[in-house]
Structures are given as C-alpha cells and as structure tokens.
Design a protein around this ligand. Structure first.
Ligand code: AMP
Length: 191
C-alpha cells in the first residue's frame, strides 16, 4: 500500500450505504473504521453513563451535542490503532465538529486525505430506512434524521469541496459498484 497513514472521512445521509462502504474500504486499507453511531449504540446497549446521556437524543433522531462528541472522538483517535490512519464514518456531522477534527488533526500533525460523500435520492433513503428495523428507523424519526442531515451536516459538503478533498459517489447502485467507485476515487495512491 502506497500510503498506510490514510485519513478518510465518510459523509452522507442516513441509509446512503455509507456505513457498509466505510467498512469495506477500511478493511481494504487496513485502517480502523470508526463509526460514532456504532460507538454510541454500543454505549446505550451497555447502559454506560455515556449511553444513558445519549439514548433519548438518538431515539428521536437528533444529534448528540458537539461537546460530548468531541470527548468521544478525541478519546477514540488517541488510541493506538488510529495512529496508522483511520476512516471516520459519521463524524464530523456539524461545522463545529469539523473544527474540532481540524484541531485534533493539528495536534497529531496530520491532515485528511479524502472525504467521500455517498448520496442517494430521498425516496431511496426513506425506503431503505423503513426496511431496516433499527430503533431510530420509525417513519417520523427517519424524516427527522434526514431533515437534520440537510440542516446541520450537508453544509460540510461545500466545506470539504473547497478544500479539494471531496469525492462524490452515488449510493443508488449495487454495493460492489459503489465500492469499486469509492476505491477508484481515492486515486493512484491506494491499491
Ligand atoms: P449513525 O449510525 O451514524 O446514523 O448515528 C446514529 C445516531 O447517533 C445519530 O442519529 C445521532 O443521534 C448519533 N450520532 C452519531 N454520530 C454523531 C455525531 N458525530 N454527532 C452527533 N450525533 C451523532
């Protein structure tokens, strides 16, 4: 592999397939896929103090506050496995979180290499969510999560685009085709 220390962010609305693609690419590259949503679900299931603090917010489809998320991500990125690169799935989700990530990267003397946006038409996202059966997949919550994505997270698309980091991929295709395009979008330094 040309660059072992690759640092990647995956961006996209709920049910775009971003989590699946994040796992595939991270495995290919030998870097940890860090899903903040998954970390929080594990905390909720374990009944930890973090889990208790975030459970209600998650169930209504809202975002956990930026201060708490900063603690979660700072702690995770300080672990040894993240020193050789990482793929973030679900962080940053707000402009404040993007600033926090910049700060953490600065402390690590590191930079992001790629931001992958996986997107799909709204009707595809809703249909997928309703077929999935997770606790936050009730129809009203699905629409709330999409509304919050558009309001709070979608502005990050331009933020990363102007930095020249954004790779846009359609998530409305078979999984294998999406993953092929994701890998191709990384350019010649991966493979
Ligand atoms: P996900 O699996 O990424 O869709 O995340 C599931 C839920 O976890 C979200 O709807 C939020 O409530 C919470 N969550 C995950 N990541 C973040 C984040 N970066 N900022 C705030 N809330 C988050």
């Amino acid at each position: 592999m040309a660059d072992a220390k690759r640092r990647i962010v995956f961006l996209g609305p709920p049910n775009s397939g971003k989590g699946t693609q994040a796992e595939i690419l991270a495995k290919d590259l030998g870097i940890p896929a860090i899903s903040t949503g998954e970390m929080l679900r594990v905390a909720v299931a374990a009944g930890s103090s973090l889990g208790n603090r975030v459970q209600d917010v998650m169930n209504r489809g809202d975002l956990v506050n930026d201060g708490l998320m900063a603690e979660v991500i700072r702690d995770r990125l300080s672990q040894a496995d993240a020193a050789s690169g990482f793929l973030l799935d679900g962080y940053p989700r707000t402009t404040v979180q993007a600033a926090t990530l910049d700060e953490i990267l600065g402390e690590m003397r590191a930079e992001l290499d790629d931001v992958v946006l996986i997107d799909a038409p709204e009707e595809v996202l809703v249909a997928r969510a309703l077929g999935r059966g997770r606790a936050d997949d009730r129809e009203d919550v699905v629409h709330e999560r999409l509304r919050i994505y558009r309001e709070k997270t979608a502005p990050l698309i331009e933020f990363f685009e102007v930095k020249g980091l954004l790779r846009r991929i359609s998530g409305d295709q078979p999984i294998e085709e999406v993953s092929r395009q994701v890998k191709a979008s990384m350019g010649a330094t991966v493979g």
